[in-house]
Design a protein around this ligand. Structure first.
Ligand code: AMP
Ligand code: MG
Length: 355
């Protein structure tokens, strides 16, 4: 199949909407990451998403809408969801809602809830309006790869597998939406994203964060969000996070990089822009300014993709405080590193190193 990469003109969006109505797949930009969309009410079309991505069938999809009225007959909107929808839609917030059987099982992997989102990106909205159906769309990457934040990333993963990619330029948030579960007494963030815990708490009062956001699932623990079971966002090389006081982290990263390089491995560091000069000999990759975590969010997946393209074996990364959008960054970076962390002070006190 030939994959067309098109600018999102009115004519191309109309073509894309016609493909969606015809049961085919279209990749499109959203404010979070690029999505791979199909008519959510057409089970065969949704199955094609799983095939194109190589996604496990038990990992459910998000259903995208452009008007809450589209939910009539498909879901029961939880009481607490109304205020959230008013405050954060359109935007990067996904809310789990009990569904009716008009939503095909394949969308929800058989779960009784469906994840719903109203994106704010003008191209996504125009496509949803013209398609006139809810659109099931996971991130438009091959399963296990970092989510795409540019049309070029989508093409890397999906060339020949889908008929069309709408190129809306780089995504503004750069990380996937916040996934919120309202079924318990206390609302629970299953996946942190652009709508932060603090923003939700202003409206809802206390909000929990699922434990698996910042650590691996314990053996036998059941994931509240099936996506958490899977190794995600993992580059081929192995990432280790280095935590501690700023000066210690820089010295420790340099030592770790030198040891790995002397051992014959292709090594690099991920560091804040303020530190690229201090680490200039260690193949620094710029995570953005340490004063602007939203810039780190925006750049992270592109950086992770570069590690593979450059054939890195070993990567050492700085960390940022897990608060605000930093929680979403540390969730993705942590998972990319399989949550492997060393303390800089421990590295520096270990005299077995050769530096
Ligand atoms: P993606 O489409 O790649 O952004 O992934 C969607 C995320 O939402 C995955 O982590 C899913 O496991 C999660 N998700 C989707 N639907 C549900 C649901 N009904 N219950 C819990 N988690 C869900
Ligand atoms: Mg995904």
């Amino acid at each position: 199949m030939q994959t067309e990469l098109l600018t999102p003109t009115g004519e191309h969006i109309a073509q894309a909407a016609a493909l969606i109505r015809d049961g085919q797949l279209v990749a499109f930009p959203t404010e979070t990451v690029y999505g791979l969309g199909a008519n959510a009410l057409d089970a065969d079309a949704v199955r094609a998403i799983f095939a194109a991505k190589g996604r496990p069938a038990d990992n459910p999809l998000i259903m995208h809408i452009c008007d809450p009225a589209q939910l009539d007959g498909l879901v029961t909107v939880p009481g607490r969801a109304r205020a959230l929808m008013d405050a954060f839609w359109p935007g990067p917030l996904t809310i789990l809602m009990p569904r009716t059987d008009r939503v095909p099982d394949v969308v929800t992997a058989g779960l009784s809830t469906v994840a719903v989102r109203f994106p704010s990106h003008p191209v996504a909205r125009a496509l949803l309006v013209e398609s006139r159906v809810p659109v099931a769309a996971p991130s438009a990457n091959r399963s296990g790869r970092p989510s795409p934040t540019t049309a070029a990333h989508v093409l890397e993963d999906m060339d020949g597998r889908i008929p069309m990619i709408l190129d809306g330029g780089p995504c503004e948030v750069g990380l996937e939406s916040t996934v919120l579960d309202l079924s318990g007494d206390v609302p629970c963030i299953l996946r942190p994203g652009g709508v932060t815990k603090g923003m939700l708490e202003e409206l809802l009062g206390p909000v929990e964060v699922a434990p698996s956001v910042l650590k691996p699932l314990a053996e036998g623990e059941v994931a509240r969000s099936p996506g958490m079971r899977y190794r995600h966002y993992a580059p081929k090389g192995s990432i280790t996070l280095v935590s501690g006081a700023e000066e210690d982290v820089l010295r420790a990263m340099r030592r770790l990089w030198q040891d790995a390089s002397r051992g014959g491995q292709r090594a690099c560091v991920l560091c804040f822009r303020e530190h690229t000069d201090a680490l200039r000999d260690c193949r620094p990759h710029d995570l953005g300014s340490m004063r602007d975590p939203s810039e780190t969010a925006e750049r992270l997946f592109d950086t992770l993709r570069r590690l593979d393209a450059e054939g890195m074996d070993v990567i050492y990364s700085e960390v940022l405080p897990a608060e605000g959008i930093g929680l979403a960054v540390m969730n993705r970076l942590g998972r990319a590193a399989s949550f492997r962390t060393v303390r800089a002070a421990d590295v520096l006190s270990d005299n077995s190193g050769s530096v």
